[in-house]
Design a protein. Structure first.
Length: 578
């Protein structure tokens, strides 16, 4: 055995011939969940608890099958959820009453009990490599041998899938159950909580959340362009947008977390929210303002939820013709990397209302809202067990997910204009790590000659190169008073001789202090949060570069929709830092 390899833990007492001697609960039936891939296990973990909720008559055991190329992470996931696990080779020993799986790769030699196969995505929409040879097959369909045995049942989310399957797999005739899609039902029920999800993910109010969705394979969004997340972050203004990425679990299983994070390091340093494979991706999709995706199920879920959707890639050769995702591929606009990204996102937000993809939604999901009830009825029928009288819960997505790495350095552009006699300073900030790694994307947004540019870094920026190169250094925490702020500014400018200014928030609300290399201090006051020191510093910097005195009322424009008055008061030079 390979050093460090995981194996299924031995399972005793809960199931099998001698189980009755050791059990505490009066379990009458056993469900065995075949666990092959993270994708399939997650789908079962998301749906089965509501089905068997509160019923002591049912035992559930997970049978680990390590045969899949994408099995990495399965045992870890089962252990994290405290599941009882045994090797799939011992399935016959425990004599289950029902085998449940969200993977079509269920061995035909698994006894005589019924087999219920749930889709691990949306329907039967994707062509994947054949189990043997060089051809392709429809993902989600069990072997004809198992279908012909009369034991297998395929769960459908739409009645049209029945005709589709019978045409491509005649053995599936009379072997399907129309159950709906529990995942879509939970996503749909959670839409009213989208704002709470955004806050939990660390997306400030008023910012757009762009979700990048990539399935697996070379034709996917990241397969087509692995550097896309970093380029998107380099092109989108930090004060207007946040970016999250949802990667198919097979991407994680094939390449590993370390490799993915190394590849996406510039984007992660620039604030990319990289969603875990389990559960949290659903919160990001509900919270999304716009989705940029491909032919994977997550993109289809987003469009069906009414999210404005752009296709950054679309593996037409992997899509089953006539399916809902095929319809999406014909309906959704393509993202054009040569055109203005912001303009394309804003156009999608303006033109794609909640019902824009209603035809796609209606082709994928029939009678949404009843999937868990239908699934529970089917499970109890296959177990030959009376269904509990109380209805199953109507679940919603849990508010969970990671926080993005805090951005501490920005490339800032500022420009001056006038509005009703007032000087307006417009500022845009782009995360410096993304700009550094994808300078060509940034140059496509900001003209080389025009607005004033400078680098601003917080004092706790981990990349010392950026701090030492910054024109403006920002304090990590608010200073308790003007004296403490002045001391910090003087010490910072002495420590960093290349910096032209240092800025820090004051403990009293709405006040910031900017110190200049010549010893002058500029106090800013207005509707300013403690986290907006960088915007205040950009305002002062722009005025100095324009040779305007930073004293009096000004208008600060940090996003196209937010312009607010800021009053600056300049103090005469104290002793300049040496």
């Amino acid at each position: 055995m390979t050093v460090g390899a995981r194996t299924a833990r031995p399972l005793r007492a809960v199931v099998g011939a001698e189980a009755a001697r050791w059990r505490t609960f009066p379990q009458e039936r056993t469900i065995a969940v075949v666990a092959r891939t993270v994708t399939s296990v997650v789908r079962v973990l998301e749906t089965l608890p509501a089905v068997v909720r509160g019923d002591p008559r049912i035992a559930v055991v997970f049978a680990h099958d390590p045969a899949s190329a994408f099995q990495d992470g399965v045992l870890r996931l089962l252990e994290e959820n405290d599941c009882r696990v045994l090797p799939a080779s011992r399935l016959a020993e425990i004599r289950p009453d029902l085998i449940l799986s969200a993977s079509e790769n269920v061995p035909a030699e698994t006894g005589s009990c019924p087999v219920l196969v749930l889709p691990h995505g949306v329907g039967f929409q994707k062509l994947v490599p054949a189990r043997r040879g060089s051809g392709v097959r429809v993902s989600g369909v069990v072997s004809d041998r198992l279908l012909e045995s009369g034991r297998a049942w395929l769960a459908l989310s739409h009645p049209d899938q029945r005709a589709q399957l019978e045409e491509s797999h005649p053995a599936s005739r009379n072997r399907t159950l129309l159950l709906g899609d529990p995942c879509f039902d939970e996503l749909r029920a959670s839409l009213p909580r989208a704002s709470a999800f955004r806050r939990r993910l660390g997306v400030p109010d008023g910012k757009r959340l762009v979700v990048l969705s990539s399935t697996w394979g070379r034709a996917s969004l990241l397969g087509d362009d692995p550097r896309l997340p970093g380029r998107v972050l380099a092109r989108l203004p930090f004060d207007e947008y946040r970016v999250a990425a949802i990667l198919h679990p097979n991407v994680w299983a094939a390449h590993g977390s370390w490799q993915i994070r190394a590849l996406l390091a510039p984007a992660l340093d620039a604030g990319l929210l990289l969603m875990p494979t389990v559960h949290a991706w659903r919160a990001a999709l509900v919270a999304a303002d716009v989705v940029v995706g491909d032919h994977g199920s997550v993109t289809l879920y987003g469009a069906a939820l009414g999210k404005p959707t752009l296709l950054g890639a679309f593996g037409a050769g992997e899509v089953v013709p006539g399916t809902a995702v095929d319809l999406l591929g014909r309906a959704a606009p393509r993202l054009d990397g040569r055109r203005d990204l912001i303009a394309q996102l804003e156009l999608a937000l303006r033109e794609q209302g909640p019902e824009h993809y209603a035809e796609v939604r209606d082709a994928a999901f029939a009678e949404p809202g009843s999937a868990v009830s239908r699934l529970r009825s089917a499970v109890y029928r296959l177990l030959d067990l009376a269904e509990p009288p109380s209805p199953p819960p109507r679940g919603t997505v849990s508010v969970s997910g990671p926080r993005a790495t805090e951005v501490r350095s920005w490339l800032v552009t500022t420009s001056l204009s006038t509005r009703e006699g007032h000087t307006v300073v417009t500022t845009r900030r782009h995360p410096a790590p993304a700009v550094e790694a994808h300078e060509e994307a940034y140059e496509g947004v900001v003209p080389e000659h025009g607005p004033v540019r400078h680098l601003a870094s917080r004092e706790d920026e981990p990349d010392e190169r950026l701090v030492e190169s910054a024109s403006v250094v920002l304090g990590e925490e608010a200073a308790r008073d003007e004296r403490a702020a002045g001391d910090w500014i003087a010490a910072t400018l002495r420590r960093l001789p290349g910096s032209l200014a240092a800025a820090v928030a004051l403990a009293s609300p709405g006040r910031h202090l900017v110190g200049l290399r010549d010893g002058r201090l500029v106090e800013a006051s207005g509707d300013l949060g403690p986290e907006e020191t960088g915007l205040v510093a950009a305002l002062v910097y722009a005025l100095l570069r324009a040779e305007a005195t930073p004293d009096g009322p000004f208008l600060l424009r940090s996003t196209p929709r937010r312009v607010r008055p800021v009053r600056l008061r300049i103090s005469p030079p104290a002793r300049a830092p040496r």
